[in-house]
Design a protein around this ligand. Structure first.
Ligand code: HEM
Length: 292
């Protein structure tokens, strides 16, 4: 996957959308910018730009709530069937033409390691869900931070290193994935407590990112602080595979906002946050743009 090409695409498609929103004085940032752009970026990583229009409904069906009522099962069944059909088509086409995209490359690698097609399909399903709300919400959280601290955001967004620090501070203070779960494979002693074998542990990334021994004055928005202990993309073997792509997309958005010298206001107060065990997201983000 060529990350630079993905980011260039993000800017090429995103710039006119942003300009149109600015010209209209604002709009729903998630519905008009975040979601359509992310659908296109994910489709591009799969090697199938034509699937962008289908991605929102697939992700919605795969990630929403329990399998009740029965209509939900039908929606999920139909989404899985359509997703499987399209991914099989993309994988076959990529392998025939030896295209350099995730779907074909992963399937080839899996086949070489003796893994079946189901392994590729299951990973690509995870890819869609993992890349969707997380990145859309990071972009939205950057916009929210910009509305609250425009001077600090503009000052950071002037160069590559500053944009990276700005995105890390947004990820620290408002991590879209605020908790991850684990199962203890053996008894573990931690700070005088024992976590028994087989216990389910919910590790709060958001709390760790606000630990004042690691991040002094943790509630202060300070892009210039040291982010080396940031946990927003997880850690270790399961460290986020999309961290670089998502970070560069958000940095590109920061660059676009700085170039346009805009002020951002939030039209929805309080914001309509949705919480799940692991995610904190917004269904929409109504914003107003004005010239700085
Ligand atoms: C701001 C955006 C994102 C955030 C905050 C985020 C966060 C995370 C976190 C915390 C994990 C670790 C989960 C765990 O340890 O249980 C993870 C894993 C993962 N992420 Fe992301 N993610 C983001 C964007 C993306 C994108 C854009 C992609 C793909 C293009 C992606 C693909 C994945 C995958 C495949 C895993 C599983 C890795 C594994 O289990 O080995 N993520 N992500």
């Amino acid at each position: 996957m060529d990350i630079d090409r993905m980011v260039a695409l993000f800017v090429r498609i995103g710039a006119p959308v942003l300009d149109s929103m600015i010209a209209r004085g604002g709009g729903d940032f998630i519905g008009e910018f975040g979601a359509p752009l992310q659908a296109r970026v994910i489709a591009e990583t799969l090697g199938a730009p034509e699937l962008a229009g289908k991605i929102p409904a697939w992700v919605d069906a795969l990630s929403s709530g329990p399998l009740e009522p029965p209509e939900r099962q039908e929606i999920l069944g139909a989404a899985l069937a359509s997703l499987r059909f399209e991914l099989e088509r993309v994988i076959d086409a990529s392998r025939e033409t030896s295209s350099d995209n995730l779907s074909g490359a992963l399937d080839q690698r899996n086949a070489d390691s003796g893994l079946c097609r189901a392994a590729t399909l299951s990973f690509l399903g995870l890819w869609l869900v993992a890349a969707w709300e997380t990145t859309i919400q990071l972009l939205a959280n950057l916009v929210i931070a910009w509305s609250a601290c425009p001077e600090a955001c503009e000052a950071s967004a002037g160069d590559v290193a500053g944009r990276a620090r700005l995105v890390e501070e947004v990820l620290r203070l408002t991590p879209a994935v605020h908790a991850i779960d684990r199962i203890a494979t053996e008894n573990v002693s931690l700070f005088g407590e024992t976590i028994p074998e087989n216990a389910i542990v919910l590790a709060f990334i958001a709390a760790a990112n606000s630990d004042d021994e690691i991040f002094p004055h943790p509630r202060r928005f300070d892009p210039n602080r040291d982010h080396s202990a940031l946990l927003s993309f997880g850690q270790g073997a399961h460290y986020c595979l999309g961290a670089k792509l998502a970070t560069l997309q958000a940095a590109a958005l920061a660059g676009m906002l700085a170039e346009r010298s805009v002020r951002i206001g939030l039209r929805d107060e309080p914001l309509p946050w949705r919480w799940t065990l692991s995610l904190r997201t917004l269904p929409r983000l109504d914003i107003a743009f004005s010239r700085a």
